[in-house]
Design a binder for this molecule. Structure first.
Ligand code: ADP
Length: 484
């Protein structure tokens, strides 16, 4: 069995030491394309997490006072280490997560890019000198690292979601306790190895795998953890927000989505299909910014559906490790069952399956990329996050109706629209209650821009100049008595 050129680390990193769980328990990690166990990781819990927090706390005074250029240089080295190992890291990611290898390569590259972005941004994280009301005073506004940061990450982007958190935390001078998702721990653990290889001091980055409830519980209980950054489901996010109250932690939350994708009559239909395929089927539909609801205007509806069907039918489904594959397996059987339920619910309410609709002949957790037309608001996928390769197509008549339908959800992460009308573009910007809006593009995430949801999709931004804010405290100092 390959160990991916030494990058598949099967231990936790606590205070600069690679360790197992106290009781020696392990968790199997499964390749969703083959069903085989590719290795094990420690089944850590409360005690291991408390030691990781203590290590991060002990490392904080020195790290937070380290020279800016020490941190910047280490982060650039970390970026380079990622890219030097891009192919092996991509293969490891595909092996534990299932996504096609070309998407995995892209995820490693964007993760590296986030690290480099924050190495650059921290050099511009300026404070302020504010005009004072009286001549004998000077008012200073300064930024300081928040302290120990806990980062809890999901299985759908196990590498880049941690990059968005490690980058700003380490740049700002915070130390970190990370908990990768149990299904995909290796892409998280390897960050620890690469940080160690390039020279981050012991205790600055700590990584614990194991019971979400115990690891999460210890993190939330600890007064030493000053900030929690979480990417995952809205349900777990709400639990963490509640648990943060006792110690008044800062929290940033990247939670679920229910993205609308609106195609107006004046759209370039081929461009809309290209965007639709990326926005719906990337990572087999398992991203929080994936399209959940296609709204297609009546005049272009049939042409759009015909072309979408052609494109979806041509998707190559298989083991993501093989070049040419565009759709891998879903993460686990629960994900498949959920898509099956959504399809049978829609069928029972009059939806038409025009493509796919069932488990794929490959077996396991492979599923046929699916299109349902005639979607209506009473169908479950109108409100629930699909998180699978199922495109639901609703028909609409006018712009106001589309915007109202698009906003009829408690989520507010990503929205997409295809139109060539400039006035409408700005009406959409005002009208859509979403944190990310893509006009004539189905893929808009980039390190330079703030990523984050409105409403129950979360709080806080990752990326952009805003991505540092949550990792820095602001202090105001008044220096008085300056007149002679
Ligand atoms: P998904 O699995 O759909 O990505 P989850 O919200 O279930 O979303 O999981 C995201 C991350 O949160 C994972 O690392 C998971 O282990 C962790 N997690 C799940 N439940 C809890 C919890 N109660 N406390 C802390 N972390 C949790």
């Amino acid at each position: 069995m390959s160990n991916f050129n030494g990058l598949m680390v099967e231990a936790n990193l606590i205070g600069g030491r690679w360790v197992g769980s106290d009781a020696g328990g392990t968790i199997n990690v499964i390749n969703p394309a083959t069903g085989e166990v590719i290795g094990t990781v420690p089944n850590g819990g409360t005690d291991e997490t408390n030691r990781a927090i203590a290590a991060a706390n002990a490392a904080f005074p020195d790290w937070s006072k380290s020279n800016l250029m020490t941190r910047v240089t280490l982060l650039h080295s970390l970026h380079d280490a990622l890219m030097d190992n891009q192919e092996d890291l991509a293969q490891l990611l595909t092996a534990e997560q299932g996504k096609p290898i070309f998407e995995a390569r892209g995820e490693i590259a964007i993760g590296a890019a986030y690290i480099r972005w924050f190495a650059e941004e921290i050099r511009r994280a300026k404070g302020e000198i504010v005009p004072a009301p009286t001549a004998d005073r000077r008012l200073l506004v300064t930024h300081h690292p928040v302290g120990v940061v806990a980062a809890i990450t999901p299985w759908n982007f196990p590498s880049s979601m941690l990059a968005r958190k490690l980058g700003p935390a380490l740049a700002a001078g915070c130390t970190v306790v990370a908990k990768p998702a149990t299904a995909t721990p290796y892409s998280g653990l390897v960050w620890g190895k690469l940080c160690e290889d390039v020279g981050f001091p012991a205790g600055v980055v700590n990584i614990v795998t194991g019971s979400a409830r115990q690891v999460g519980g210890a993190i939330m209980d600890s007064p030493d953890v000053r900030k929690v950054t979480f990417t995952g489901s809205t349900e777990v996010g709400k639990t963490l927000i509640r648990q943060s109250a006792d110690t008044v932690k800062k929290v940033s939350m990247e939670l679920g989505g229910n993205a609308p994708f609106i195609v107006f009559d004046d759209a370039d239909v081929d461009a809309a299909i290209e965007g639709a395929m990326i926005a719906k089927f990337r990572n087999m539909g398992q991203t929080c910014v994936c399209t959940n609801r296609f709204y297609v205007q009546a005049g272009i509806h049939d042409a759009f559906v015909a072309k979408l069907k052609e494109a979806v039918a041509a998707l190559v489904v298989g083991n993501g490790a093989e070049d040419g594959v565009q759709q891998g397996p879903l993460i686990d059987d629960g994900a498949v069952t959920k898509v099956e339920e959504l399809i049978s619910d829609a069928k029972s309410k009059g939806g038409n399956v025009v493509q796919g609709g069932k488990r794929h002949g490959n077996g396991g957790t492979f599923f046929e990329p699916t299109i349902i037309t005639g979607a209506t608001d009473d169908m479950q996928f109108a409100t629930d996050e699909i998180f699978g390769p199922l495109a639901a197509v609703f028909k609409f008549d006018d712009e106001a109706e589309a915007i109202e339908a698009a906003n009829a959800t408690e989520y507010g992460l990503a929205a997409y629209a295809y139109t060539r009308d400039l006035g409408r573009t700005f009406r959409l910007n005002d009208g859509l209650d979403y944190g990310l809006i893509g006009i004539n593009s189905g893929l808009i995430t980039t390190v330079e821009a703030p990523f984050g949801g409105l409403k129950e999709s979360g709080m806080g931004k990752e990326g952009g100049s805003q991505g540092l804010d949550d990792y820095l405290e602001t202090k105001y100092m008044c220096v008085a008595g300056l007149s002679s």
